[in-house]
Design a binder for this molecule. Structure first.
Ligand SMILES: Cc1cc2nc3c(=O)[nH]c(=O)nc-3n(C[C@H](O)[C@H](O)[C@H](O)COP(=O)(O)OP(=O)(O)OC[C@H]3O[C@@H](n4cnc5c(N)ncnc54)[C@H](O)[C@@H]3O)c2cc1C
Length: 381
């Protein structure tokens, strides 16, 4: 039997696609090497753009999700001039975005899926091979003698093999150190993005606490992770020039950072989504947001094709065309931010300062930046 769509990976991106394809009269299967619900343990904290919140609401996953609105973002750089404040009220929106725990997001998506009768769930099986033919893809599963077949395979397995053809890779030689910290005074839904020579430091309002994403060289990250709590809090306060005082901090976790993306995220009867299409630096908090825009566009391209073969080349070409600009812009801007704002080269610091001052003095430009963060490249049209 041949499924219409096989989704590889039941992480947040794969599950979002399963939800987006629901009730479209398709035979959909999803396979994950882990047991269902394993993504619920992800301790990372994600900033969701306003566009993502709308999409999650349409997918039925927003109501059950604990989230904290971001109403102001203070952007500045360490040891140099220039700062700007992005304000939700000034843009006429209630929030610029929302902060959620990645594990809660995965659980909310899985909860929305429930026991969807139309979905075949294959748990605890790793996809080991894909062989695209004229009419379908033969999907080999580890330890299974019978292969699964699908007209379209959507790969959302959360990573990209560097040796795959057409993959671009850049090691930033940076790690993200993440933790939760309790502020002395209520955060009033204000986020901080502070650019330092070692890499950006972000504080996101999360419940009554801050989620801290601290980017640094691997050695510094190791040092930061090893500091005792009091020393670490003093370090964050110092980096933010005393704008925030902390009273408590949780143990720190580390993630190596890199840029890796497929130049073309579609192939023969195959499409790559989420971290399997592009793994981004978290500086702009765009990885999952971009993935969700891709998921929605793919589901739309598939349903516009009607009852015909969903893996046909024109369907994938239409999807890739629709997503090209937003994808390129998000990858490019994220990469530029990660590199431009992670050094202490004098002229660049001055340029950054001038950029921040220009943004501060020019509300329309600030509005465009904020709308791009909220909705992706469609904010430009
Ligand atoms: C420190 C940090 C901060 C971030 N902050 C933000 C943010 O603020 N905003 C934002 O939008 N994004 C952010 N991101 C990015 C975001 O976390 C990712 O975009 C998102 O988690 C990717 O989800 P995914 O479903 O693609 O992959 P995953 O969550 O990794 O899921 C992949 C799934 O595939 C399964 N799998 C893997 N291989 C196979 C196989 N061969 N066969 C079957 N199953 C398989 C796995 O078991 C897993 O369940 C951040 C990332 C980091 C590292």
């Amino acid at each position: 039997m041949t499924h219409d769509v096989l989704i590889v990976g039941a992480g947040p991106v794969g599950t979002a696609l399963a939800l987006a394809l629901r009730h479209r009269g398709l035979d959909v299967a999803m396979v994950d090497s882990r047991v269902r619900g394993a993504s619920g343990g992800d301790p990372r904290v994600l900033a969701l753009s306003l566009g993502s919140c709308h999409t999650l609401r349409r997918l039925g996953a927003w109501g059950a999700l604990d989230s904290t609105p971001i109403r102001h973002i203070h952007v500045s750089q360490e040891a140099a001039f220039g700062r700007t404040l992005i304000d939700a009220a000034e843009l006429g929106v209630d929030a610029l975005g929302h902060v959620v725990r990645a594990g809660d997001l995965a659980r909310a998506l899985d909860g929305a899926l429930g026991d969807d009768d139309g979905l075949t769930m294959i748990e605890g099986s790793r996809v080991a091979s894909l062989e695209a033919g004229d009419d379908d893809v033969v999907v080999g599963l580890d330890g299974e003698r019978t292969a699964v077949r699908a007209r379209l395979v959507a790969c959302a397995e959360g990573g990209i093999d560097e040796s795959a053809p057409d993959v671009v890779s850049r090691d930033y030689h940076q790690h993200a150190v993440i933790t939760l910290a309790t502020p002395e005074r209520p955060h009033e839904n204000r986020a901080f993005e502070r650019f330092t020579a070692g890499g950006p430091l972000a504080l996101l309002p999360f419940g009554s606490r801050y989620a801290v994403v601290h980017t640094a060289s691997p050695d510094t990250a190791e040092h930061l992770a090893a500091l005792d709590d009091v020393e670490y809090m003093a370090e964050v306060e110092r980096r933010l020039a005393g704008r925030v005082r902390l009273t408590r901090v949780e143990p720190r976790l580390r993630f190596p950072l890199m840029l890796r993306y497929r130049r073309v995220p579609v192939g023969a009867r195959t499409v790559w989504l989420g971290n399997a299409a592009q793994t981004l630096h978290p500086v702009a908090g765009q990885g999952f947001n971009l993935a969700l825009r891709d998921v929605w566009a793919l589901a739309t391209a598939i349903s516009e094709n009607g009852a015909r073969d969903v893996g046909e080349a024109p369907v994938l070409a239409r999807y890739a065309r629709a997503r090209r600009m937003d994808r390129r812009a998000t990858i490019g801007v994220t990469d530029a931010l990660a590199r431009l704002f992670s050094n202490d080269i004098g002229p660049l610091a001055a340029l950054r300062g001038a950029g921040l001052l220009t943004l501060d003095a020019c509300p329309p430009l600030r509005g465009l930046l904020a709308r791009t963060m909220m909705f992706g490249a469609r904010a430009w049209s």
